[in-house]
Design a protein around this ligand. Structure first.
Ligand code: GTP
Length: 598
């Protein structure tokens, strides 16, 4: 293919604004996928993704398109995940493109997530083509949304395309705009090979399948390649394009997008953002922008049944093959027994992993509340990263505790500004900026401790704005604060899995609320169960769960054996997702109680 006939682009859109529907249309219109073989939304093919209606893994599709000028073009669509947890992956797939379609729902408007990705695209000098989607809806207001895009992003919308991905309106125009507005890749075939990895996944037969964009030079089947971040070398067994299923080819040139298999064992060996070069004639410099995935949120995973520890380890090993950002190490808890401390990019990433462990590996797990990574300086001057609150040393051994802060950008209809400001205030937020946008919408910017965001901030934002507000956050660094360790005792046993690090000013209220919540969540036992919260040796809240008066079997007076069995079975069922702490049965919900205190 002539480089001048290649167009590489991605689609930037807020969740539900119609990215997948439009991608499907483009594949259909170019004859890449016939309508009848079209699964419901080809690009989002993970089951979990479809269920949650979000895009997690990115993929790519190559389309052949004969434009109105009579020439044949190759259009490579590179899909991007739609969630803040995966913004690094988004940035790498944008770097692989020269242009992007900015899809905005004409009945809604610009959202925080759209903004973040548009800024990423502008940073990398991508040509952006605004597309106002869903103009078939009676509530569509394309003119208002155009004005909004111009005002917020400063993007000229005079040539914005009015489209309906659902009805197929504007699709032809979009294809023509891609051909005419998105610049072709640069002609750098003569340079040493540099290919950018923008996605990879593990295949049990061929090893890791790497999706990449050739930035410079060319690459052939059988080539010995080196991954520049790890220094490891592999021989390419298979190479090809995605149209959108894998079609093997012998060679790919600068500007092209494709996949390769080279018996790579785990995706961690072919990380997104890494540069592929030739072992024989390596490039002198890797492509810029490679970063190691850094887990931001940690939690403990414990099997309810200690016998499942080995299964859990195996499942984590398997998931890790396909998820470079997941980290885990064994953890021993005096309350919970053996389990793993796991690190995730964010809350969504955490939920996805948990769900897969339970669903695909059939594990019954207790998950402890998420924690951020604290930076603790000891009196000896050592600096430690603490991702497990129960390992925080007593106050006399530490000099200071710092916690990660994020900048949170929200976009909301004006009427919810009050409730959202109140939310941020109760979460120790620092007000930074507020701007009125077109048509009664407002951007609100706050700095917040990440710890206050990983608890149910997003759910709160949604419920306080009746679903209308959107948000996005980015790390801005560590700050010192007056943070203390809050311990919880159940039946006089300290429970390490319930230790929290909280701000001193909030400790009393959090302790009280947590103790009350635990009283609600932990079932009654044959004996009285005291529950207490403490800072150091000082008890700040105390409650107890009264003893049960009768035992369950006492009801089966007369000894009807089948009825007795049934009762025992019901009890056994109810025991799932319970953990015995000492002699007290504690349900999963208790470990997450801290997320539901408001
Ligand atoms: P994520 O994958 O979650 O990022 O969402 P998405 O942006 O891919 O949105 P998707 O294509 O799944 O569309 C969301 C919803 O909007 C679906 O119910 C679509 O049927 C609907 N939709 C998409 N395009 C149009 C359109 O042009 N008009 C109308 N009326 N509905 C549309």
């Amino acid at each position: 293919v002539l480089v001048s006939r290649i167009r590489n682009f991605s689609i930037i859109a807020h969740i539900d604004h119609g990215k997948s529907t439009l991608a499907d249309r483009l594949l259909q219109e170019t004859g890449t996928v016939a309508a009848r073989e079209m699964k419901q939304q080809f690009l989002d093919n993970m089951e979990l993704e479809r269920e949650r209606g979000i895009t997690i893994k990115l993929q790519a599709a190559r389309m052949n398109y004969t434009a109105q000028d009579g020439e044949q073009y190759v259009l490579n669509l590179i899909d991007t995940p739609g969630h803040v947890d995966f913004s690094y992956e988004v940035s790498r797939s944008l770097v692989a493109c020269e242009g992007a379609l900015l899809v905005v729902d004409a009945s809604q408007g610009v959202e925080a997530q759209t903004l973040a990705n548009v800024y990423l695209a502008l940073e990398h000098n991508l040509e952006i083509i605004p597309v106002l989607n869903k103009i078939d809806l009676p509530g569509a207001e394309p003119e208002r949304v155009k004005a909004e895009i111009e005002e917020i992003i400063g993007l000229d919308c005079s040539n914005a395309i009015l489209a309906s991905a659902k009805e197929g309106i504007g699709v032809h125009e979009i294809l023509e705009s891609i051909v005419h507005l998105v610049p072709p890749p640069q002609e750098t075939v003569e340079k040493p090979l540099r290919a950018l990895i923008f996605d990879s996944y593990y295949d049990s037969y061929r090893g890791v399948i790497v999706y990449f964009r050739v930035m410079d030079g060319n690459v052939k089947k059988g080539d010995r390649v080196r991954l520049m971040a790890t220094g490891k070398e592999y021989e390419i067994d298979e190479l090809g394009v995605l149209s959108p299923t894998q079609v093997p080819l012998d060679e790919l040139h600068a500007g092209e997008v494709g996949y390769l298999a080279a018996s790579i064992k785990a995706v961690a060996d072919a990380r997104v953002g890494d540069t592929i070069t030739l072992a024989a004639q390596p490039a002198s410099e890797p492509l810029p922008g490679y970063t190691e995935a850094k887990p931001m949120v940690f939690c403990g995973l414990f099997p309810t049944d200690a016998d499942q520890f080995g299964d859990l380890r195996e499942a984590l090993e398997r998931l890790k093959l396909n998820d470079a950002a997941l980290s885990y190490e064994p953890e021993t808890s005096s309350a919970m027994g053996f389990g793993f401390r796991c690190g995730f990019l964010g809350l969504l990433h955490m939920e996805i992993v948990q769900e897969r462990l339970e669903r695909e590996y059939d594990l019954d797990l207790i998950v402890t509340a998420p924690s951020v990574v604290y930076r603790v300086t000891t009196v000896k001057g050592e600096v430690l990263n603490i991702d497990n609150p129960s390992t925080l040393m007593p106050p006399q051994e530490r000099e200071k505790v710092e916690e990660p802060y994020v900048q949170v950008d929200m976009i909301t209809p004006e009427e919810f500004v009050g409730p959202l400001m109140e939310l941020c205030q109760t979460r120790r937020g620092i007000f930074k900026d507020m701007r009125y946008l077109a048509q009664g919408r407002t951007t609100l910017i706050y700095e917040l401790p990440l710890a206050e965001v990983v608890t149910d901030f997003f759910d709160q934002l949604k419920s306080r704005s009746r679903g209308y507000a959107s948000m996005e956050y980015q790390m801005i660094g560590y700050r010192e604060d007056n943070l203390v360790r809050l311990d919880i005792m159940i039946n006089n046993d300290p429970v390490d899995a319930l230790v929290m690090i909280v701000h001193r000013d909030k400790a009393y209220n959090v302790g009280r609320a947590l103790v009350e919540k635990l009283k609600e969540l932990i079932p009654r036992h044959q004996f009285k169960v005291p529950i207490q919260a403490a800072i150091g040796s000082r008890i700040i809240a105390s409650e107890h769960i009264p003893a049960l008066r009768k035992d369950v079997l006492a009801k089966c007076y007369g000894g009807d054996i089948s009825r007795k069995k049934k009762l025992l079975q019901e009890q056994a069922k109810g025991k799932k997702r319970m953990k015995s702490i000492g002699t007290v049965e504690v349900p999963q919900s208790a470990f997450m109680a801290v997320l539901r205190l408001d």
